[in-house]
Design a protein around this ligand. Structure first.
Ligand code: AHG
Ligand code: MN
Ligand code: MN
Length: 341
């Protein structure tokens, strides 16, 4: 029999947190996290059975992004809509897979939260057994705003909580509610997310950079110069490259090991590929809480006032040293251009 070990489940952790954070929450906030925990346990069960049923491949439809939907995209989306939609605390759900917000006719004082999510991130990796994930971001519903879309369009700095689940060699849920970053490993023997990482902090500097090198010739000069500096030892050591192609995996490694992840703008995609509301914002909140930084190349990701729920943004996110070096490089390369020299 294994030695008795004190465990803290994510539900217990959120209840402890919310006593301090949301004294008026009356258990509402923890019910949201329970909804996410339940949905992602069901999603991971399907991800881990991929190939044994009808989970793989495309469904033959495209989503609002014009991207081919994978069966697991649709399954994950339906599971999150179902598990969260039943929680009275939810006023609205916004998903990568739904063009418009899904609203619920709730009393104003119960339906107080908006959950924004990418139900399955890294979909192109599903069929080849590379880790994928789920990303979520939680806002309060503004008291005064009746228009659902306008109610969602809040800057990342207004997030109440944010997190992700990475379906990797283990299933790990990482979240922040503004008082530090915590990681929970799904323990199959208990069937619960159990606290495994207290107060996660991103190292000051790492040894990996993460970018899709196939696009490097299309990046703006400042990005190209920055990548050259990472490779030539200008930051004190030469970097190695890691690119999984699932944002949650590339970010999770950066959170644990430090370094920098970039999805830059290109000539054909001036706003890059990643979505502000359900990819960049939640990870930027976590990075900032863990001592890192996140930018769109101009300012902080969490300062951006969204104009559309599916809008894209360039994303550079990582450790303090790499991020300060990136800002310095942009100033040096773009200042002369801006001055017209
Ligand atoms: P999603 O599967 O939710 O559409 O996200 C995929 C994203 C992100 O996970 C990853 O960082 C990026 O696509 C990879 O894009 P490239 O294949 O263009 O590098
Ligand atoms: Mn994604
Ligand atoms: Mn997705």
């Amino acid at each position: 029999m294994e030695k008795f070990q004190m465990i803290t489940t994510i539900q217990q952790h959120v209840l402890q947190q919310q006593e301090e954070l949301f004294p008026d929450a009356r258990g509402i906030f923890s019910s949201l996290i329970s909804g996410i925990s339940l949905a992602t346990k069901a999603i991971q069960a399907q991800v881990r059975r991929a190939g044994l049923g009808d989970q793989l491949g495309a469904v033959g439809s495209t989503n609002v992004q014009g991207e081919e939907q994978q069966k697991l995209d649709v399954y994950a989306n339906q599971m999150l809509l179902h598990c969260l939609g039943r929680r009275d605390a939810v006023a609205m759900l916004v998903s990568e897979e739904n063009k418009e917000p899904v609203t619920f006719d709730r009393a104003r004082d119960t339906g107080r939260y908006i959950v924004v999510f990418d139900p399955l991130d890294g979909s192109s990796n599903i069929d080849v057994n590379v880790p994928v994930g789920t990303i979520f971001s939680i806002f309060r519903r503004p008291e005064w705003e009746r228009d659902p879309t306008k109610a969602v369009l809040q800057p990342g700095s207004k997030q109440v909580a944010a997190g992700y689940v990475v379906y990797g060699s283990s299933t790990i849920l990482v979240y922040t509610a503004g008082r530090g970053v915590f990681g929970f490993t799904l323990d199959p023997s208990v069937g619960a997310f159990v606290l495994a990482y207290e107060n996660m902090k991103m190292p000051e500097q790492g040894k990996y950079y993460s970018v899709n090198e196939a696009n490097v010739d299309k990046f703006p000069p400042a990005y190209q110069e920055y990548l050259a500096r990472l490779r030539n030892g200008s930051l004190g050591h030469e970097y190695s490259s890691r690119y999984v192609g699932s944002l949650v995996s590339d970010f999770h490694r950066t959170l644990l090991k430090g370094g920098v992840f970039l999805y830059p703008p290109t000539k054909t995609h001036a706003s890059g590929k990643l979505r502000l509301m359900y990819e960049a914002n939640p990870l930027a909140f976590i990075a900032e809480q863990a001592g890192g930084m996140a930018t769109n190349g101009i300012g902080k990701i969490t300062d951006i006032q969204p104009e559309a729920i599916h809008q894209r943004t360039p994303l550079v996110i990582g450790s303090r040293v790499e991020m300060e070096a990136f800002a310095q490089c942009v100033r040096e390369v773009e200042a002369p251009v801006a001055a017209g020299r």
